[in-house]
Design a protein around this ligand. Structure first.
Ligand code: SF4
Length: 881
């Protein structure tokens, strides 16, 4: 009975492996090496196999797989089924304490998690009753726990703690056992370990850390003899990298991996350790793929994130909703590529007509498109299932058929390994979908006839709790591991990313049923439940373990800002290390795109395309020029490609643009007719409601009132004198210098008797446009008035309508309102900017280069311009370039 202890990297795993190797050399088929996870077991098996050892797989396994043969009749409840039983029990018991949250998925999941935690700690409902602390939800929790245990017993199932107890009674030791990589061993597990140790030689390793102390003390009490290992590995070279964003951080990791690979290092000698896979998986996959780095991700993926399962589940939910069009959109958006259906166009059509329900209107929108019609037709089977009853097994069988709705695109020739993995994931997703339906069947009495909605409630819970893992058997790949999985690995080069507060260390919340205050008395009663302080200690332990995985090079990294541009707080765990050399992430260019700039953003260069560009933009609008000055890509997407943003949701249809148009219409009409503004606006608003399908509601009414208030204020305002020769909504075309044409519409042009122009541009916004140097409208309108109508510049004013009436702009000495002086230099400067801008547009300049990065926050094209990979520094700290 040996207990090997020592800090991370002190040689515990090395010692265990050496001893286990010796057992294998002696052909000891009874020797067992037990590790905490399947991945670790596979890693050790592969390591030993590469060294030439041949042995049955069960000699290296997880603890729970090792226990399986000892009590084959003891069946532990699966996680999805436990959730469903908990949900049912909570509903039946109907405790008033849970009345407001019962039925919520998150509530049942938290209950199930806590029941599992108690059971794993060896605390059955009966034991909990004896030590129940004084806590508001304790009694209610206990009542559900008891009901769950009763239900499990009736089904011949048990929770983890009970299973371990029953296995312990039947355990036999096959031979010498080594247990490595565990840091917390629960009491029921300890009982088994002690029992095993009595029967055969046993070695357990534990890291020296606060989090392992309870297990250490118990093992020593059980008679284990402690051996402290003190080997200290030479420390690796360590660097801390700061990146502007998570994407830049992942690019930097990929760039460094490529550098190592180019210098001759195998990919398999490198690893990335991640604490928050849900945050890092997407950006890491994208960066590694772009840089051509083969990688294996040791992550489980929630089943409902796998496209095939998500598609079938979304189709059933859309059918259950009576083909509510919002739900149908969710289903259609998950349709696999390869159906050939023009989903964007169809999606926009549905959004424009929301709210809606039923398959028939969808068929109408899809008219004439055979692929869309086929897609809708394939879902008709589900339509008939809404009514009618069947047994759970029959529903599961029907769902099996529904899984066939997923149309898997044919693999293309020359597909990459990543694509092959993606297809295998889809196949696994459908298999897991069918397995989840099987879990749902177990929730109902075999002969009970139920409706689809009832069956689906259980089925969707099972789907939610299921995960998929796709095996990737390539050898020479970078290993991407969670901090838990990485505990037994040791690699020459290791990257530990995401070192920001709330990620690493993760954010710990108190258990809603048994907060820390209720856990302490339970701990005193010998029930080992973790408090948030224990969880914090575990985070520190995982960090220490992660940074000790590198043999030669350790790169720690974190993004300085999150996806919203908010500053991240660097992980306080970094203070556990000696001061590190800090480097900034470099602008990285993917290996697959070695050109100086990514192709996607290179200027348009084909002569025919340039000719078309010149033709399309022969006459430019001042607002379009401003778009270009703000960002060439924004102009390209908006004015050249004319990309349309997603139609707003019904509640958001009365948006900034619609309000602006409405206000302009009202001001223009009123300026000409002087009609009663209330009546005029009521008419225009009604028309806008019809045209834009604006839905009534509090938001709409409050916006309508605000606009009317602003219009009343404007019509009563006397700052701008009457009496001029006035035109509103005046279209113009002007050649402001040879070959440079402008076109557009002036909101209001007042002519003075001596041939001068006063221009007013109405703005329904809170901004002061006259202070923004990027705005060209002011001087360009005056130049247009001169060249189109022969009027000298007299004044140009922005008239702010929102919340107040305020004029600001430029004027000469005689203008009725004061403004900044109109100078020849100001006008010439605007003409020069226009000249240069027009030349750049016609030269095919399209790169994302925002003059003001604040605009990127609400720009419609931020998902396609990839500014972060091109100008990372531009967006850091939300600053302006
Ligand atoms: S998000 Fe920024 S960089 Fe991208 S197109 Fe819009 S303005 Fe340009």
């Amino acid at each position: 009975m040996r207990l090997l202890t020592g800090p991370a990297g002190s040689g515990k795993t090395y010692t265990v492996l050496q001893e286990f190797r010796q057992a294998l050399r002696q052909s000891n088929r009874d020797a067992r090496l037990l590790v905490p996870t399947t991945t670790m077991a596979r890693f050790v098996r592969n390591l030993l196999a590469r060294e030439g050892f041949v042995f049955p797989a069960e000699q290296v396994s997880t603890f729970s797989r090792f226990l399986e043969p000892f009590a084959p009749d003891v069946r532990a409840v699966s996680e999805p089924l436990l959730y469903l039983i908990v949900e049912q029990a909570a509903a039946e018991i109907a405790r008033p304490e849970f009345a407001r949250v019962a039925g919520m998925a998150g509530f049942s999941a938290a209950l199930a998690r806590t029941i599992n935690e108690f059971s794993s700690a060896g605390c059955s409902a009966e034991r909990l009753e004896r030590h129940l602390p004084d806590t508001p939800l304790g009694e209610a929790f206990l009542a559900v726990y008891r009901a769950v245990e009763r239900e499990l017993a009736a089904r011949g199932l048990c929770l983890r703690g009970e299973r371990l107890e029953r296995v312990g009674a039947a355990i036999k030791s096959p031979g010498a056992i080594w247990m490595d990589g565990f840091y917390s061993i629960t009491d029921p597990e300890l009982a088994i370990v002690t029992e095993l140790a009595r029967k055969a030689p046993m070695t357990v390793t534990l890291a020296t850390a606060g989090v392992t102390q309870p297990a250490r003390e118990r093992l020593l009490r059980a008679g284990f003899r402690e051996e402290r290992l003190a080997y200290a590995c030479p420390p690796p070279s360590a660097t801390l990298v700061e990146a502007a964003s998570i994407e830049r951080e992942c690019d930097e990791i990929a760039r460094r991996i490529v550098e190592h690979a180019t210098a001759g290092r195998d990919f398999r000698d490198m690893g990335i350790i991640v604490r928050a896979p849900e945050v890092y998986e997407g950006p890491l996959r994208a960066a590694l793929e772009r840089f051509g780095v083969p990688a294996r991700f040791y992550f489980e993926r929630p089943l409902l994130e796998v496209a095939s399962a998500a598609y079938v589940a979304a189709a059933v939910e859309a059918a259950l909703s009576g083909w509510d069009h919002e739900r149908s959109l969710v289903w259609l958006r998950t349709a696999p590529n390869g159906t050939g259906a023009p989903l964007d166009w169809f999606d926009f059509e549905i959004r424009r007509n929301l709210p809606g329900r039923g398959l028939d209107p969808l068929f109408t929108y899809a008219a004439g498109n055979p692929n869309l019609l086929w897609l809708l037709d394939s879902a008709k089977t589900l339509d008939g299932w809404r009514e009618g009853l069947a047994t759970a097994a029959e529903w599961a069988e029907r769902m099996d058929g529904a899984a066939g709705l997923y149309y898997a695109p044919r693999p293309r020739e020359g597909a990459t390994h990543e694509e092959a993995l993606a297809w295998r994931e889809q196949a696994k997703g459908l298999a897991a979908f069918r397995a989840a339906m099987g879990e749902a069947v177990a929730c109902f009495l075999p002969a009970a006839r139920i409706g689809l909605a009832e069956f689906w409630r259980a089925a969707s819970a099972a789907l939610r709790l299921s995960v998929v893992r796709v095996d990737d058997l390539r050898r020479n790949v970078v290993n991407v591991l969670t901090a838990y999985e990485a505990r037994q690995w040791r690699l020459p080069v290791v990257f530990v990313c995401g070192l920001v507060e709330k990620q690493f260390p993760g954010y710990q919340t108190q258990n809603p049923f048994f907060p820390d205050a209720a856990r302490r008395p339970l701990q005193q009663a010998g029930i080992r439940l973790r408090t948030t302080a224990d969880m914090d200690e575990e985070e520190a332990f995982l960090f220490d373990s992660a940074v000790s995985r590198a043999a030669e090079s350790l790169v720690l990294s974190y993004p300085k800002a999150d996806s919203r541009g908010e500053q991240n707080l660097r992980s306080l765990l970094l203070d556990r290390l000696a001061p590190l050399a800090v480097e900034c992430a470099r602008t990285a260019i993917p290996r697959r795109a070695p050109a100086a700039a990514p192709r996607r953003n290179s200027p348009v260069s084909s002569p025919s395309m340039l000719e078309r560009l010149a033709g399309k933009h022969a006459k430019l609008k001042p607002s379009a020029l401003e778009f270009f000055v703000q960002c060439p890509f924004r102009f390209f997407a908006s004015y050249t490609l004319r990309l349309k943003p997603v139609p707003p949701r019904p509640g958001e249809r009365l948006d900034f643009a619609v309000k602006g148009t409405l206000m302009h219409q009202a001001v223009a009409e009123w300026s000409q007719s002087r009609e009663d503004i209330d009546a005029l606006f009521a008419r225009l608003f009604e028309e806008a409601v019809r045209t834009h399908r604006i839905v009534p509601g509090h938001r709409t009414e409050s916006a309508r009132r605000a606009m009317l208030r602003d219009l009343r204020r404007f019509t009563a305002d006397t700052q701008w004198p009457g009496g001029f020769d006035s035109s509103v909504e005046l279209d113009f075309e002007a050649e402001i210098e040879p070959g440079l044409f402008l076109r557009g519409r002036i909101d209001r042009l007042d002519r003075t008797p001596d041939g001068r122009a006063y221009i007013i541009d109405y703005k329904y916004s809170r901004k002061d446009y006259s202070r923004n140097e990027l705005h060209l409208q002011g001087p360009l309108y005056l130049l247009a008035a001169k060249h189109a109508f022969g009027l000298e510049p007299g004044g140009m004013f922005y008239c702010k309508l929102r919340d107040e009436v305020r004029y600001s702009g430029w004027s000469d000495d005689q203008a009725p309102l004061a403004g900044r002086p109109i100078t020849a230099e100001w006008l010439e400067n605007a003409a020069a900017v226009t000249r240069e801008t027009a030349a750049s547009i016609r030269a095919g300049r399209v790169e994302p280069a925002p003059a003001d990065t604040d605009v990127c926050r609400y720009c419609d094209y931020r998902d396609v311009c990839r500014i972060e990979s091109i100008q990372p520094a531009a967006l850091s700290e939300g600053g302006r370039s």
